[in-house]
Design a protein around this ligand. Structure first.
Ligand SMILES: Nc1ncnc2c1ncn2[C@@H]1O[C@H](COP(=O)(O)OP(=O)(O)OP(=O)(O)O)[C@@H](O)[C@H]1O
Ligand SMILES: [Mg+2]
Length: 257
């Protein structure tokens, strides 16, 4: 079995009186696609927000390659090798596809603007590396022909590929994808599925929040299912899809007989 890359231990997150994540444990192993499923409001996105330092954990710890990264700042987490996408596609809609890749990279790995303003040769070297990376990502995500287009004019599916590309531009070891096929029509989903498979083949570990059964059954090696902030089960996709507790969580008790 491959070594553990990410370990989440007894994670809890409260919002006022609401416990959105309630004692969740899981491990993601190097090279796998691990999927988090669960009904609306079950705490999936909150887990990503805590791992990446957008929200502090109420209780519990997050380890990346054995190092405790709980409550580090988002850019520090990004520098350690974890990148993410957002549930609502977040691209700079008035900029070109190419500039999105360059700017996305800068924002994620720079702590502040000081380096950019006062930096010398080092900054210029980084800048050219950034542009090289952007070229590579255009090709990888199939956006080469769209490089000069304004991002906001792309289809929803291409915007999703761009936002995945922005995350990949930081050369992550672990990529967190929050509903990468959300809002994309059925015919175009296969494009995104192939892209995620290609990412795995490159050796990047993927943790994926997914709602659509087709994607959730095809892509991941393992699936964890949440309900009301708690983990209800974990296992191979087929096994999990036949689990009574999962059927109940998604469809209600009357379907699970
Ligand atoms: N910033 C916040 N402030 C207050 N409550 C929040 C905040 N973020 C999330 N919540 C609440 O925490 C719970 C879990 O939300 P979360 O967004 O993690 O669910 P989810 O599983 O990603 O759902 P969906 O499938 O709809 O994206 C919900 O009840 C939500 O309303
Ligand atoms: Mg969510």
């Amino acid at each position: 079995m491959n070594p553990v890359l990410l370990e989440v231990k007894e994670l809890c997150k409260d919002f006022g009186g609401l416990r959105a994540v309630d004692g969740v444990d899981f491990q993601v192993r190097e090279g796998e696609i691990f999927s988090i499923m669960g009904p609306n409001g079950s705490g999936k996105t909150t887990i990503f927000n805590v791992i990446t330092g957008f929200y502090p954990a109420t209780e519990g710890r997050v380890f990346f390659r054995g190092e405790d990264i709980t409550n580090l700042k988002p850019h520090t987490v990004a520098r350690k090798g974890i990148a993410r996408t957002f549930q609502l596609t977040a691209v700079f809609s008035r900029d070109t596809v190419f500039d999105n890749l360059v700017v996305g990279h800068r924002l994620r790995v720079k702590a502040g603007l000081l380096g950019t303003v006062f930096g010398g040769r080092q900054t210029r070297r980084e800048e050219s590396k950034c542009r090289e990376k952007a070229e590579e990502i255009l090709e990888f995500t199939g956006l080469t022909r769209d490089r000069s287009r304004i991002a906001g004019t792309l289809t929803q599916e291409a915007q999703k590929r761009l936002s995945i590309g922005m995350a990949l531009a930081t050369d992550p070891q672990l990529l967190l994808l929050d509903e990468p096929t959300g809002g994309v029509n059925f015919k175009e989903i296969s494009n995104l599925v192939s892209l995620i498979e290609k990412i795995k083949k490159q050796g990047v570990t993927v943790c994926l929040i997914e709602h659509k059964m087709k994607v959730a059954m095809e892509l991941p090696d393992r699936v964890m299912v949440l309900n009301y902030g708690r983990k209800i089960t974990e296992g191979a996709p087929l096994e999990v899809s036949q689990d009574q507790r999962v059927i109940e969580a998604y469809l209600g008790k009357s379907y699970a007989a």
